[in-house]
Design a protein. Structure first.
Length: 161
């Protein structure tokens, strides 16, 4: 879901030239450039893009899509990066769903978060639930159903300070 094509690789490599190989500066430049050039629209009626390439081509997507683009671009720069699924406290997500952001490994700092939908580094309001290579790998709940019949699921999340 995060595989970069030539367009995403070129998008990322432009940042490497401008930032002289400083990983943290490249990642912040990537975050800012994504925020400027890709429209973030979390619309529960519109399904997320299937891949980073699809979202990048359309220049729009939700938090999941922008995070996938960020991951593909960061990995194009040879920077380890992972997908984070969680919640953003104090902000109702469209459709009541969770939130997504990226983390990239920066030498001497460790894993640093990048919230592509809000163009910020995550803070206390970001509650991490799961991490993985992409949205499928970090899905907090995932499964397969066999057979017939009805089913339902209910989930409630409460975070207290």
């Amino acid at each position: 879901m995060t595989q970069a094509d030539d367009a995403i690789r070129d998008f990322a490599l432009d940042l490497r030239v401008a930032n002289g190989g400083n990983a943290l500066a490249e990642l912040h430049a990537l975050l800012n450039r994504l925020h400027k050039e890709i429209i973030c629209e979390d619309d529960p009626a519109r399904p997320p893009a299937a891949t980073a390439v699809e979202a990048f081509t359309h220049k729009r997507g939700g938090a999941r899509d922008l995070t996938h683009i960020f991951l593909g671009a960061a990995r194009s720069l040879q920077i380890p990066a992972r997908y984070v699924a969680g919640y953003l406290c104090g902000r109702a997500e469209p459709g009541g769903g969770g939130h997504a952001w990226a983390e990239a490994y920066v030498p001497r700092l460790g894993w640093v978060g990048f919230d592509t939908a809000n163009c910020v580094c995550p803070a206390e309001a970001h509650v991490r639930v799961a991490v993985g290579l992409d949205a499928l790998g970090a899905a907090p709940v995932r499964g397969t159903r066999y057979g017939v019949g009805e089913e339902s699921a209910a989930v409630a999340i409460r975070v207290d300070q």
